[in-house]
Design a protein around this ligand. Structure first.
Ligand SMILES: [Zn+2]
Length: 67
C-alpha cells in the first residue's frame, strides 16, 4: 500500500515559489542596508544621547557609549 505522491506537486510549486520570494527579499534587504549604510556614512551626525547609547536624529545611526 504505497501512498500516492502525485498530489504533492502543488505544494512543491508553492514551496519553490516561497523560496524564490524569500531570496528576492533577502537581496532586497541587502540592497536597502547598503543604501542605509551609505546615507549614514555621508551623514553629518547630530547625536541625541541616552545613558547607554547615542543616536543620530538625522540618519538614526546608533552607537554604544561603552566599547
Ligand atoms: Zn547621522
Amino acid at each position: 500500500m504505497g501512498q500516492p505522491f502525485t498530489n504533492n506537486s502543488f505544494e512543491d510549486k508553492k514551496i519553490e515559489c516561497l523560496q524564490a520570494e524569500i531570496s528576492l527579499l533577502q537581496q532586497n534587504i541587502k540592497h536597502l542596508e547598503q543604501q542605509l549604510s551609505e546615507i549614514q556614512q555621508s551623514c553629518r551626525h547630530v547625536f541625541k544621547e541616552s545613558y547607554v547609547m547615542r543616536k543620530c536624529v538625522k540618519c538614526h545611526f546608533a552607537e554604544s557609549k561603552y566599547y
